[in-house]
Design a protein around this ligand. Structure first.
Ligand code: NAI
Length: 334
């Protein structure tokens, strides 16, 4: 099996090669690594391959899938949980096998969520710079004790639950909202309506998938429902948040803090070194001017353990495709 790996960074090739080596030569898998993001212009790189292996910002819309199909590609292996970047209807129509990695260390994303909350609350990112410059003033670094505060978790799946467990352990009152409430949430917090969660939470953390229903879940109306000065955290998908609305809420001081690991237009920015370039995205640049905004470049998943799980599950998914056996991680109907 030949697999074209798109958006491949050195850490991807290291973890995939390692997992491939452990699976043994009999497995017969060859990975071809491409730095390029998959789109209509780069699809040709998959010529002669049986499968493509893709990440969050690779684009698998109908024209791309059509092009891949024309080259003989029959499988799409997602190195991530979310599959909002795949036109599933088109994939089904063309008979593609599409499989994802449904869970890879949910704790990794939950711990990153906590890192964002703690950093923004106690301004350790600013303290780091100040102390290095010999400035030991505390003015401007005032935080709030999180113990006893209310944290709202939107989406109580694997990552939401892991985040709820940590916040509960820190002494926060935890609220949850999910159309499919998980029984595992009992004992950690209370399920409430989204309106109630927004109105009562000091911290709102998003952990639901991006779907037609959840796009711009955070907009002018929902921001207005939030507690004045509350913190919004998004480590899920950028499209859950209307960034223009968030900027308005930051300017009016309605929103107190914003921490994001994902951004709606991230595919044009993230996973690249753009430090020597002019960034044309004015919305993103406006966000960067706020002292109460913290942005990381989609690194929530980025731990050694998670990379290993992603690589092993991806190889397992490929194994199912090659053998024609039922794959528990397939997102097409199979
Ligand atoms: P999951 O499938 O275990 O949980 C998602 C939960 O959201 C489910 O319980 C579902 O019922 C709920 N949900 C669906 N629609 C909702 C709505 N309208 N309101 C509230 N809840 C809703 O998924 P998991 O593994 O917890 O991942 C959550 C999201 O995190 C993924 O969809 C992905 O977008 C993102 N993610 C981000 C990563 C990063 O590196 N920043 C890494 C991995 C995932």
């Amino acid at each position: 099996m030949k697999v074209a790996v798109f958006s491949a960074r050195p850490y991807d090739s290291r973890s995939l090669d390692e997992a491939n080596q452990q699976a043994g030569a009999a497995h017969g898998v060859e990975f071809l690594y491409y730095d390029a993001t998959l789109d209509v212009h780069t699809a040709a790189l998959a010529q002669g391959c049986d499968a493509v292996c893709v990440f969050v910002n690779d684009r698998l819309d109908a024209p791309v899938l059509q092009a891949l199909h024309g080259m003989g590609v029959r499988a799409v292996l997602l190195r991530c949980a979310g599959f909002n970047n795949v036109d599933l209807a088109a994939a089904e129509r063309l008979g593609f096998f599409v499989a994802r990695v449904p869970a890879y260390s949910p704790e990794a994303v939950a711990e990153h969520t906590l890192a964002l909350i703690m950093t923004l609350n106690r301004q350790t990112h600013r303290a780091f710079n100040r102390v290095r410059e010999g400035n030991f003033m505390l003015e401007g670094l005032l935080g709030r004790t999180l113990h006893g505060k209310t944290a709202g978790i939107v989406g109580t799946g694997k990552i939401g639950l892991a985040t709820a467990r940590i916040l509960h352990g820190m002494g926060c009152t935890v609220l949850g909202h999910d159309p499919y409430p998980s029984p595992d949430f009992a004992g950690l917090g209370e399920f409430v309506s989204l309106q109630d969660l927004l109105a009562r939470s000091d911290i709102v953390s998003l952990h639901c998938p991006l779907t037609i229903q959840t796009r711009h879940l955070i907009n002018d109306d929902s921001l207005a429902l939030m507690k004045p000065g509350a913190m919004l955290v998004n480590t899920s998908r950028g499209g859950l948040v209307d960034t223009d609305a968030v900027i308005r809420a930051l300017k009016s001081r309605q929103l107190g803090h914003l921490a994001i690991d994902v951004y709606e237009q991230e595919s044009a920015l993230f996973f690249q070194d753009r430090s020597g370039q002019i960034i044309d995205d004015d919305v993103f640049q406006r966000l960067m001017t706020f002292p109460n905004v913290l942005v990381t470049g989609h690194q929530g998943f980025f731990t050694t353990e998670a990379l290993q799980e992603i690589a092993e599950t991806t190889l397992g998914n490929l194994g199912h495709f090659a053998a024609g056996t039922e794959c528990p991680n397939e997102v097409t109907s199979g």
